[in-house]
Structures are given as C-alpha cells and as structure tokens.
Design a protein around this ligand. Structure first.
Ligand SMILES: [Mg+2]
Length: 318
C-alpha cells in the first residue's frame, strides 16, 4: 500500500468536515486552513511520542491512537482552550494494515470524544514515532498560563492521582484484578480535562496538566510564577483502587508518577469563592501558594531541584 492509499483509507475519514468547527480545509491539500474567529486567540502545542520511550514496545494500536491524542489535548485543557483540530505526523517501521486499522479506530474515537478534527498530516518510514499538533482557541487574552499564581492562591487538582503511574507495574499482568483493571484504564484511556477548560479559563490564575507528576508539574507553576507552595499529603486525592493496591506507597505514586493528565489549578481565594459547584465538585484543594519559594509537603521542603520529582525527558527517572 502506498502512502496516498494509506492516508485515504485510514486517516481521511477523521478529517471529514464538521459543521461547527473552525477548520475550513482539512487533509488533502498542501496545507490545512483554519479560520480563527475575530476576538479569539489560537492556542497550539506539539507532542512527540516515541515507541519504547513514551509508550511500551508493541503497545496495542487502538490504545495508542486514543492515548496520543488524549495526551496532546490535555495541554489544551491546561490552557483553558476549546479544542479545534490537530495534525499527525506518523513514522512507521512497516505498513501493517491491521495495525493501521486499529490505530486509526482508537484515534477516531478520541477525535470524536474530544472534538478535535484531523486537519492534516504526514506519513514516513522509520522507528514508530507520532507527532501530534493540537489547535485550540480561547477568547482574546484568555489563555491560562503557568505564570499567574500569586501568594495566597489555593492549589487544587482534578480527579485522583497516581493511577496511571501505578498501572505501569501491571501492564503485562496475565489475570488483572478489578483494582488493577481500574488503574490500567487510566493509563490506556486517559481523559484530558477539556470538560473543565471553560471554567478554568474563567476562574483560574494558573494551570498545568499533570503529565510528569504532581510535584514536578506544580513545580513548573511555582517556577514560572516565582512563588512557593505548601501542600498537605492527606488532601491529595487517591482512588480506592490505588490505595488498595499500593497501601502506604499510594501517595508516592500520586506525587511523583506521571501520565495522569488531570489538571493542577491555582485560584485566587475570591475566584474560588465565586466559582460554580460544577467546577469545585471536580477539584480537590490540596494546599496554597506562598510568597517564599520552595515546595513544602506537610511542612517538609521537597527541594524542587534536589529531590526526585517526576520525569525528566533527558535524565529519565531521577
Ligand atoms: Mg502540559
């Protein structure tokens, strides 16, 4: 199968025109065309995923299709952006029709679930690598940055943390229990918190998605905002499945393991007060921003630079 046939069969259906989107021209021309409505800003980000580094070797292609787009879409949620469209550059070691069928099915399900239409892409041969660029929009000036946290802000996180990190211990489990299946689901099918993006944009002072671990990602907010934080370990939300599986180690997964794709969000106290229950009920307040630098967990300095805190792509797990 040639490149054009491959694209026509497996990827063009993901670019079929939807009525409401900003995408004027999808796959098939030299470029895609996106019209940004007056008064809105384009928010975009690119992610590269390499087999054996960002996902396991011989990973199920339908999971990979979903996960790749979920991971990219999570960055839009962190900015408070509404999803619009994405491009995909796919490097494949060989043309395996069944693999492509399953991959594109997973990608298509994610594309529909997240409201992200395929705008275009490229395929080439080489070690399995995916690069996805996602486009979203916000009202002009409305993008939520990492740099907006101020002393006194509350720090909150969505969902429960640590599930996807714990799932890595069970990827080849032959007979997974219900608890193991529950944490595996977080790893295989993460849900970017696009459902919260609109309200985060309206009420948050700063936000980030938790891709590399709570301590590492909160650390990025603190560094960008030139502030510190105090968090209480007994407030960090853990799933019942994770607690049962990992006991006293569950908190460590929640603090230090990545791939959760939940949000960590800061709010000025008055913004939190005025935020609607629909947002607050999805979040757990775990601490507060301080003027003095440093990240303190239960009063103990986590030493942002010195202590292992998530994943560094060039140094690996420290
Ligand atoms: Mg991110």
């Amino acid at each position: 199968m040639g490149e054009f046939e491959l694209i026509r069969r497996f990827f063009l259906p993901l670019g079929e025109r939807q009525e409401s989107g900003s995408l004027m021209l999808g796959p098939g021309d030299d470029c895609a065309i996106q019209r940004i409505p007056a008064g809105r800003d384009l928010v975009f980000s690119v992610d590269a995923l390499v087999e054996g580094v960002h996902f396991p070797r011989n990973y199920r292609p339908d999971y990979l299709g979903w996960r790749a787009l979920a991971v990219a879409a999570s960055d839009l949620a962190a900015m408070g952006a509404d999803p619009e469209c994405f491009t995909l550059a796919l490097t494949l070691p060989a043309v395996d029709e069944q693999w492509l069928e399953d991959f594109s099915a997973g990608l298509r399900r994610a594309s529909e679930a997240f409201g992200l239409q395929l705008a275009g892409g490229d395929t080439t041969s080489g070690p399995l690598t995916l690069s996805l660029q996602v486009h979203g929009t916000v009202e002009q000036g409305g993008g939520v940055r990492r740099s907006g946290a101020r002393a006194g802000d509350l720090i909150a996180v969505s969902g429960t943390l640590g599930n996807a990190g714990a799932a890595l211990d069970y990827l080849s489990e032959p007979a997974p229990s219900a608890d193991i299946l529950a944490v595996l689901e977080h790893y295989h099918r993460p849900w970017p918190r696009l459902d919260l993006a609109g309200e985060v944009r309206r009420y948050a002072s700063a936000a980030i998605d938790i891709s590399d671990g709570l301590l590492a990602d909160l650390g990025h907010i603190l560094a960008a905002s030139r502030v510190g934080a105090r968090i209480a370990s007994d407030r960090v939300p853990l799933s019942a499945a994770l607690s049962r599986l990992k006991g006293s180690k569950a908190l460590n997964y929640a603090l230090r393991s990545g791939d959760d794709y939940e949000l960590c969000v800061c709010f000025a106290p008055e913004s939190w007060e005025s935020a609607p229950e629909s947002l607050k009920s999805q979040l757990t307040v775990i601490g507060a921003v301080t003027a003095e630098p440093g990240l303190y967990l239960d009063g103990v300095d986590c030493g942002l630079e010195a202590v292992p805190a998530g994943y560094d792509h060039f140094r690996g797990k420290s």
